[in-house]
Every structure is written in structure tokens, then in C-alpha cells.
Ligand binder design. Structure first.
Ligand code: MIC
Ligand code: SF4
Length: 640
């Protein structure tokens, strides 16, 4: 039987397991990336493994999230990352060089290679034909040490693109259309492969917008073929030698095929507070806009920015709108400067922000109270902008500019046409902001600031557990609910005790105190629990607060892996209706945990007299990790 693109790359990297959907496969990882907000923890974890030099083909540490230096914390973390990278054979991308996914696409991604990154949008690399996964920091640390990356073998979905995009209808609208069709949990357990006759009309940055947004579907990853378009992009980046062609076999089998006709597509908008809350832009033209933000790893490429500049040229933004533009990389910013396009952006009244994540993760530029903010980003979760009652809508750069000009949400197809914008034949190449590691790291001193606190210790499981249900939450709880980010909290990513004060702040500010008081705790979740980011802090912090188990209707992929790595037992309801009968502050007893893990079911009784069964779908390796009290303990005991 023929293979899909992903199946070919998996087969070429298979270390253990069989490729039947649902069973565990272990993959050899060629490249890793970290960003600073998850990277400090990942390197602290790497250090505990005692491996002198990374064993991957290429590993890099980016600094792009915590770039506001309002105190010593972020600067100290940058210094730690720079020195630890130099010591252990990891390249270091300096703050200001750009957003990890954009820079990686431009300079380091390679078709056919595997990449894991401690950031959920690592699948951006799929735009180049890489098999790229978001992962928790511990999994990245293990991969840097030469260990395999374990995933559940996914199902294969194919999106078949036909037709032609109309002017001002974009790759972002294709992503939003798929989110409308599949929802934020529609991609769970699947790899989304993009194909069909219209694929060749999409440039690599456009493909990368789509694979980036694939994360919002809950998909394991997303991937495009590697074809002449890929070759041209790599050639323009001075990297034609990295090109390899990749396509699926004609008789490859897919579990689901979704057709999207680009001729019929209109500009779309994801309304607050979920990326799948999608409607047509022209249905929202009564909504007054306070703020527009253009950038993020979804839409900050040179192509996006040149279109933005062309639309803004000779115009000024509406007086009630505040517009920010954050180019995705130093390469993009330099080329905007060289071409003069930056002048058109600035002359319109836009504010230029650093080449970094910025407003996407609440690092500045939060909207006004109740403010409507249109963002070209990938997430509009509740509170993520830094303003609790901010109303964030996700749009394409074209819809963003049209709306910034009129002051209302505006379908860009109603605007004056612009001349077609194309990518250059050669990009400006200057990798001086990427520092190579020391040849011999043994004499490099690692510099740590006082913000780096001890790693929390998880407990191994005994055979039974009685614990309190400290919190009950609904469906689609994101990691931004569990462990919020933003300018005030993000600088403390290597300080778990401090972070713990904000755990579940969006849902219930009393959670940290109650969890600590309860001793051993359990969280009751709805479906798709832990969707969103890869931050392992959403597992480490609850673990620090005494959470031993989460019982949910279903879990998001990266989060469930992080729970296991942190030594927290993830269980799903055998009968989802049992969710309704459980309340906060009950005592639940889990019996025969070891045997239950092995047979996949655990019997639970509550102090109210209820008895029910929870499913425990764990591989032998995951059972061993939990019994050891988390991945670090397991690794120390000799497992990799
Ligand atoms: C995000 O977009 O939510 C983040 C911030 O990039 C996270 C990583 C983090 O929390 O540091 C992600 O997507 O994994
Ligand atoms: Fe940064 Fe936002 Fe992309 Fe996360 S989604 S990596 S915060 S730009």
C-alpha cells in the first residue's frame, strides 16, 4: 500500500513500534528547537541528564517570548540560555533575531527531517515538508540527549485544495475554514496533509501559516509536500542544497478527505474566545475596532508584511484604532527597510514592535478595557491578550489592514486592489544573530540568575490513592487557563513556586490555596482538556500544588504527554455522564492503580458513595514513567 508524506518520514525515522494508528511509535529526532519561555525549564531538565553535548543533527535555542526586560528576570534567563547553549552544542538565536518558527523556516528547516520544539506551533515547519511536532520541554531535553520522541501513531487526514484564491482571500482564511469545519478538537489524533491541485499556488510562507494554525485543530502535526515551490524558497534562502522532493504515493490511504474549494472561499474571522468560532468577515462590519495587531508566528513573513505595506501605502489608519506591526524576523525587518516598505507601514500610523511574539502572548500591547482587538495571530483564548475582558478576533493580515483603515471589521475584498506581491528571488541573508556553540563546551561557565528555582519533585504512585477533587472545569480548557502567561507572569517560567500563585487564575483564583490545603488533589475536566500550548508548566505547577490525577472526558495531545512526564495520572471517563455526578471537594479513592494501569481501567469510589470506572490508556513506557514519579525520575533510573 502506498504511503502518505508523513508515513514516509515516520518510516524513515522509526526507532521502535509499529505504524498502526493508535499504537505508540518512537521516532529519531534530527532537529530540536526551544524558545525562552519553555527553554529555561527544558535546559534545566537536560542538565539533570548529565549529557555533555546534544546528539541531534541541529539544535537551537531561540529567545522570542520573554523579550520585555522589566526587571532582571528575563535578562538573567537569556544569559542562562546563551551560556547553556554554548556549553552543550546548541545554537543560540539572540533576542531580536525573530520568532522561533519564522526564523527556523527561513534558515534551518529541512524537508524530510524530523523536528521537535518546546512550542506548540513547531508544526510551522510542515510548510517546508518537515515532520515537526510541538512537545513539552522534557521531551525536547530527552531528544537533545539522543532519546527518541514517542507519539501515538496518528490517523492520516488529507485536505484537498482546488480552485484559486481571490485577491485578498488568503492562507489564513484557508486555516480558519478548516477550523470551522473540524473545530478545535477535530484534528486530535491525526496528521493533516495538504494536497490537491491548488497546493502549487501557495508559497512556503503561506503553507507555513496553514501548518502553524493546524495546531489549533489539536492535530499531531500538519504537512505539505516538498516541491518546486519549496525548492525555490530554499534557493532564495541560499539553501537549495537542503531541498529533497517529497510527495505522497498515488495510492496512499487517508482516514478522512476534506475538500476546500478556494474559488468559494471568503475572508473569515474567528470570534472571541476560540479559534474555531469562525464567521464571514462581512457579517461583522458593524463591529468597531479598537486595536489591530499584525505579526506572530502565523502571519509575520516578508510576504505578509509586503502585502500589509502595499495596502497601507499612502493611507492613514482610523483615529480610533491603534495598530501594531511585528515583523517575524530580522530578515523580514531588514528587507522591509531595504525595500522601503517599512516607510509605508510607519507613515500609516502603525507602531513598530520588536521581531518577537509580543502581544500574541500578552507581552505588551494589551487592548483597552473590553477593547476589540483584531489579530493576525493563532489564538484568542480568554484573557490571553493580558486584558481580562479583551475581545480578540483572529484575522488575516489583509482583513487586519482593511479594518485598521476603516475602524470597523471590514471584508478586505471591498478595498481598492493592490498590485500582486511576490517573494524575492533571493532573501537578505545574515545569520550573525545566531551564535554557534563552543567547539569544546567544557570550559564554558553556565550563568544562572536568582530567578531559577529548584525543579519541583513529583511523587511515585502507591497502589491506591485517596485525593480531593479540588477543581471541576468544563470543555476545551486551555493551557492558558491552567497556567496563564503574559508580561507579569511569563518571566517566572523557571520559578514554579511563584508561578503556582496564578494557576487556574482565569477559572478560580482560590485554586492554588485550596489545592495546597487539600494535599493530594484531583482535577475533573471536560473534553479536550489542556488544548493549546506545549507549556509543561501547565502540568508541573499543578503537580507542585499536589495534583496527582486529572480525570477528563478527553485530553489534548501535548498536554497529556506533559501530565505523564510530570507524574500526573491522566484518566478518561469510561462513561462521560459520570462527569455530571462529580462535584468539587469530594474525596475519590483509586484502587489497585498498578494493575489498573496495566489493564487500562481504574475503579474509583467517592465519599458520596458513587462508583465509576475511568480508562487509563497508557503504554508500558508511560506506566513505568508514572510509577517512577515522572520522566526525569524514569530517565535517571535508566529509561530513555
Ligand atoms: C503559545 O503560543 O501559547 C506559546 C506561548 O508559544 C506556548 C509556549 C509557552 O507557553 O511558552 C506554545 O504555543 O506552546
Ligand atoms: Fe509566539 Fe504567539 Fe507563536 Fe506562541 S503563538 S510562538 S506566543 S507568536
Amino acid at each position: 500500500m502506498g504511503k502518505t508524506i508523513a508515513q514516509k518520514i515516520i518510516a524513515a525515522h522509526l526507532v521502535a513500534g509499529d505504524m498502526t494508528p493508535g499504537s505508540e511509535v518512537a521516532l529519531r529526532i534530527d532537529q530540536t528547537l526551544t524558545q525562552d519561555a519553555t527553554g529555561t525549564m527544558a535546559y534545566l531538565e537536560f542538565e539533570t541528564m548529565g549529557i555533555p553535548r546534544v546528539k541531534t543533527e541541529f539544535s537551537i535555542a531561540y529567545v522570542d517570548h520573554n523579550t520585555l526586560q522589566c526587571g532582571f528576570e528575563n535578562a538573567d534567563d537569556h544569559r542562562y540560555l546563551q551560556t547553556i547553549a554554548a556549553k552543550h552544542g546548541v545554537h543560540f538565536s539572540r533576542p531580536g533575531n525573530g520568532i522561533c518558527h519564522q526564523v527556523h523556516l527561513e534558515r534551518f528547516g529541512k524537508p524530510g527531517k524530523t523536528l521537535i520544539g518546546s512550542d506548540s506551533h513547531t508544526p510551522t515547519g510542515g510548510g517546508l515538508g518537515m515532520l515537526a511536532f510541538g512537545a513539552g520541554g522534557m521531551d525536547v531535553a530527552v531528544a537533545m540527549g539522543g532519546g527518541a520522541y514517542y507519539i501515538t501513531m496518528p490517523k492520516m487526514y488529507k485536505v484537498n485544495l482546488t480552485g484559486t484564491l481571490k485577491p485578498f482571500v488568503t492562507a489564513k482564511d484557508i486555516s480558519l475554514e478548516l477550523l470551522r469545519i473540524l473545530s478545535v478538537k477535530g484534528g486530535v489524533g491525526a496528521i493533516v496533509e495538504w494536497g490537491g491541485p491548488a497546493v502549487k499556488s501557495l508559497s512556503v510562507p503561506e503553507r507555513a501559516t496553514i501548518t502553524n494554525m493546524g495546531t489549533e485543530l489539536g492535530a499531531t502535526t500538519s504537512i505539505f509536500p516538498s516541491d518546486d515551490v519549496t525548492r525555490a524558497f530554499l534557493k532564495a534562502q541560499g539553501r537549495e542544497a537542503d531541498f529533497v522532493p517529497l510527495e505522497s504515493d498515488a495510492d496512499a490511504q487517508y482516514d478522512r478527505i476534506i475538500d476546500i474549494d478556494l474559488d468559494a472561499l471568503k475572508p473569515l474571522v474567528a470570534c472571541p474566545h476560540s479559534p474555531d468560532n469562525v464567521v464571514a468577515a462581512d457579517s461583522l462590519n458593524h463591529v468597531k475596532v479598537d486595536q489591530v495587531c499584525i505579526g506572530s508566528c502565523t502571519n509575520s513573513s516578508l510576504l505578509d508584511m509586503l502585502k500589509v505595506a502595499a495596502m497601507l501605502k499612502g493611507k492613514t489608519i482610523a483615529p480610533g484604532v491603534s495598530l501594531s506591526v511585528s515583523p517575524g524576523s530580522k530578515q523580514v525587518l531588514t528587507m522591509l527597510t531595504q525595500t522601503g516598505a517599512l516607510v509605508d507601514i510607519l507613515a500609516s500610523g502603525a507602531r513598530l514592535l520588536e521581531c518577537a511574539c509580543g502581544p500574541c502572548i500578552g507581552m505588551g500591547f494589551s487592548p483597552s478595557s473590553g477593547g476589540v482587538s483584531l489579530r493576525t495571530f493563532n489564538r484568542n483564548f480568554h484573557g490571553r491578550s493580558g486584558t481580562k475582558d479583551g475581545q480578540v478576533y483572529l484575522v488575516s493580515p489583509e482583513t487586519a489592514v482593511a479594518s485598521a483603515l476603516t475602524g470597523y471589521i471590514t471584508d478586505p475584498t471591498t478595498m481598492e486592489p493592490i498590485a500582486p506581491v511576490a517573494l524575492p528571488d533571493s532573501f537578505h541573508i545574515d545569520d550573525s544573530a545566531v551564535l554557534a556553540p563552543a567547539e569544546d563546551g567544557s570550559s564554558v561557565e553556565v550563568l544562572r540568575g536568582p530567578n531559577i528555582k529548584e525543579f519541583p519533585k513529583s511523587k511515585p504512585f502507591a497502589d491506591s490513592l485517596t485525593a480531593t477533587t479540588v477543581l471541576k472545569v468544563e470543555d476545551n480548557i486551555t493551557t492558558d487557563h491552567i497556567m496563564p502567561a503574559g508580561a507579569k507572569i511569563l518571566p517566572y517560567r523557571s520559578n514554579i513556586p511563584f508561578l503556582s500563585k496564578f494557576c487556574f487564575e482565569v477559572c478560580d483564583p482560590s485554586f492554588p490555596e485550596r489545592a495546597k490545603a487539600a494535599g493530594d488533589g484531583i482535577i475533573i475536566g471536560g473534553s479536550n482538556y489542556g488544548q493549546g500550548s506545549s507549556r509543561e508548566h501547565a502540568a508541573l505547577v499543578p503537580m507542585y500544588l499536589g495534583i496527582r490525577c486529572v480525570i477528563a472526558k478527553s485530553f489534548a495531545r501535548i498536554h497529556v504527554a506533559n501530565l505523564i512526564n510530570a507524574g500526573i495520572l491522566p484518566l478518561t471517563f469510561e462513561n462521560p455522564a459520570d462527569y455530571d455526578d462529580l462535584a468539587q471537594d469530594q474525596k475519590l479513592t483509586l484502587e489497585n492503580i498498578r494493575e489498573g494501569m496495566a489493564c487500562g481501567k481504574i475503579r474509583i469510589t467517592s465519599d458520596s458513595g458513587k462508583e465509576f470506572t475511568a480508562l487509563c490508556n497508557l503504554t508500558q513506557r508511560q506506566q513505568a514513567i508514572l510509577m517512577a514519579g515522572g520522566l526525569l525520575n524514569y530517565t535517571k533510573e535508566g529509561g530513555l
